[in-house]
Ligand binder design. Structure first.
Ligand code: MIC
Ligand code: SF4
Length: 646
């Protein structure tokens, strides 16, 4: 049978289940990555599981999110991660080495391998032909210990590219076009495969820009074939030995195919406040802008930066605009410095930031009140920038750089300016900021460092029949994990301190949420479609667990968040009839008379709304493994139980 690229990789890694779309499968994971904002929790969980050493082919911990270090918290957490890595066999990418996805692509990504990462943009690795998937920290911790990773067998959707991008149009515009067509829900349950003649015109970093933002489609992953362009990139990274050619079989069947003619595309922008709110730059017009930020795991490669430097060379940033640039990795930054391109950026007035996530996760550079900010990033959710009234537009590096000079949103295709740049045949290779772990013998003497910011994990909740709860909050469609558990400079340092974080849970929707949960003791949250889209942060499940949330009932879930809820032991349920959403209001008193038995037997869950005198039937769609996890009180308890039985 002819297989798609995704099916081929799954087939060689399948540990359990059948490759039937929609069914749960288990796959072997070759590589893992973590970043610091989710990593601290992931390694605490790894330690709690009692595993001694890493079991993957390669596991890397990156420090890239929490690098502002406005107090001791982050530095302590970094030391914790560093010491666990040294002891347990994980490579440690030191702060300053770059953004996890960019560095992983440059130094570690291998075509045909599986990678899971505790970050939703892990599919960046699909640009080099990996099956790279974002997951919750606990799933990653299990995989580090050699455990199987479980997911729903995805459908394969094909994006067929033809033609070649015009000067001034770039990979970012390709993915914005896909988002315009498919929307932020369009990728749910799917792996997006890119193919067609057009892919031959796209380098690996350009492909990675496209697969990176597949996260915004809600896709399980996105992937390009591994071909001569992949080989060229690996050679330039001194890693040609990692190359294997890989593509879908002739005649592979896709659930849907979309055709995009690259030569017909023009510069696009995602307007506030959703990545799928896409329009042509020329249609939006020359709106006045206040800020331009260039970087993030979407657009911080050498190619992007060299184009930006070329545009900025000899110019001055518009007096009303603040331009900041964060090159994606030490390799990119060092190459820019060596080539003189960095000086061109600095001379033009760009504020150079360290190679890290920075403003993408609200760590500095919040715009002014009502400020219009153009960013080459991947998310423009309301409030994520740190300024509640900020208006964020997602654009390509070319659009960003021209606009920074002119002070208004500018269409790069309107200028007679050759944007082609020369990429070196071999990159600057120096892995001196990747710390290797100790060998098993030395590791025995290493003490793991626990700073005072590390607080105990929330207690597990064990499901019982006759569960009563209050509906503390009711929200609408497309709620992001940034709503549930915001990030930003003031909160992010506390990712290992769930009690502190709990004060900010759902604060944007209801400033009294935490207090109301405490008053209720046992609560539920009601939501609409695509609940929990965006970040992979499991804090969006652990914090509600700490606050006493027992179940979340919605019209539909985003993939990673649903898995995180199950892992935390919170019951994710969906309305069988979406109109029943109207049947529950905030403050309603709810009882689930037989919830434990119903889950165990795979039956719909009955909810009695005592306030409205109404009974509602809910879908409890769980695999046997998920049922066992929920009934054990979450994945950690379940995994501990399994190791005891070994
Ligand atoms: C994000 O872009 O929101 C993050 C920060 O990278 C998250 C992870 C996190 O919340 O730590 C993600 O995308 O998974
Ligand atoms: Fe970092 Fe932003 Fe990428 Fe998340 S989306 S990994 S915060 S650069």
């Amino acid at each position: 049978m002819s297989l798609t690229l995704c099916q081929k990789i799954i087939k060689t890694h399948l540990v359990s289940g059948e490759m039937i779309s929609g069914q749960e499968i288990g796959i072997k994971i070759d590589q893992t990555l973590t970043q610091d904002a989710t990593g601290t929790m992931a390694y605490l969980q790894f330690e709690a599981m009692g595993k001694k050493r890493v079991q993957t082919e390669l596991s890397v911990a990156y420090i890239d999110h929490n690098t502002l270090q406005t107090g001791y918290e982050n530095a302590d957490d970094h030391r914790f991660i560093q010491s666990v890595c040294k002891k347990r066999g994980v490579r440690f990418s030191r702060p300053g080495n770059g953004i996890c996805h960019q560095v992983h692509l440059e130094r570690f990504g291998i075509p045909g391998k599986t990678l899971i990462g505790s970050d939703s943009h892990t599919p960046t690795g699909g640009g080099i032909g990996m099956l790279a998937i974002g997951a919750g920290g606990l799933d990653v911790a299990v995989a580090i210990g050699g455990g199987t990773y479980y997911l729903t067998m995805p459908d394969s959707l094909k994006v067929n590219l033809s033609g070649k991008l015009k000067n001034g149009v770039s990979a970012k515009d390709v993915i914005l076009e896909v988002l315009r067509i498919l929307t932020v829900k369009g990728g749910v349950g799917k792996v997006i495969e890119y193919g067609g003649e057009g892919i031959k015109t796209l380098s690996v970093p350009e492909r990675a820009t496209i697969t990176n933002m597949g996260a915004e489609l809600g896709a399980t992953s996105s992937i390009f074939p591994s071909d001569e362009i992949t080989l060229e990139f690996l050679k330039a990274q001194g890693r040609e030995k990692d190359f294997i050619p890989l593509s879908a079989d002739e005649g592979a069947v896709y659930s849907k195919t979309i055709d995009i003619d690259l030569s017909a595309l023009s510069p696009l922008a995602a307007m506030p406040h959703m990545p799928d709110n896409v329009k042509k730059v020329s249609e939006i017009g020359a709106i006045k802008i206040d800020q331009v930020l260039i970087g993030s795991c979407t657009n911080s490669s050498l190619l992007d930066m060299l184009k930006v430097a070329k545009i900025l060379k000899g110019k001055t940033v518009h007096p009303d605009v603040s331009l900041a640039i964060a090159p994606g990795s030490k390799q990119v930054l060092a190459t820019l410095a060596a080539s003189g391109a960095l000086a061109d950026m600095i001379e033009a007035g760009a504020r150079i930031l360290e190679s890290a996530c920075g403003p993408c996760i609200g760590m500095g550079q919040s715009p002014q009140t009502d400020g219009i900010s153009l960013r080459t990033f991947n998310r423009n959710f309301e409030g994520r920038s740190g300024t509640p009234s900020g208006k964020i537009y997602l654009v390509s590096p070319e659009t960003a750089a021209f606009s920074a000079i002119f002070g208004v949103l500018s269409d790069a295709t309107e200028y007679d300016f050759d944007l082609s740049v020369e990429i070196p045949k071999s990159f600057l290779i120096n892995d001196n900021m990747i710390e290797l772990p100790a060998d098993e013998k030395e590791a025995e003497d290493i003490e793991v460092y626990y700073g005072p910011n590390i607080k105990p994990l929330p207690k597990a909740f064990i499901i019982t029949n006759n569960l009563s709860a209050t509906a503390v909050l009711k929200v609408g469609d497309n709620i992001t994990t940034d709503h549930i558990m915001p990030a930003g400079a003031k909160i992010l340092p506390f990712r290992s301190n769930i009690p502190y974080l709990s004060k900010f849970c759902f604060a944007q929707n209801d400033p009294n949420f935490a207090e109301n949960c405490k008053k209720a003791g046992s609560s539920i949250v009601i939501g609409g479609e695509n609940y929990g889209q965006g970040s992979s942060r499991e804090h969006a499940a652990l914090v509600p667990l700490y606050l006493g949330v027992k179940a979340v009932i919605v019209k539909s879930f985003a993939r990673i968040h649903k898995a995180n809820l199950i892992n935390a032991g919170i019951i994710p349920l969906t309305f069988i009839n979406t109109s029943d959403y109207e049947g529950i209001g905030e403050g309603d008193s709810i009882v689930f008379p037989n919830i434990k038995d119903e889950i165990a037997q795979g039956l719909p869950v009955t909810l009695i709304n005592n306030t409205k005198q109404k009974s509602i039937s809910l879908k409890a769609d769980f695999s046997q493994r998920q049922k066992d996890i929920l009934l054990s009180g979450g994945l950690l308890e379940y995994t501990k139980g399994q190791s005891e039985n070994d």
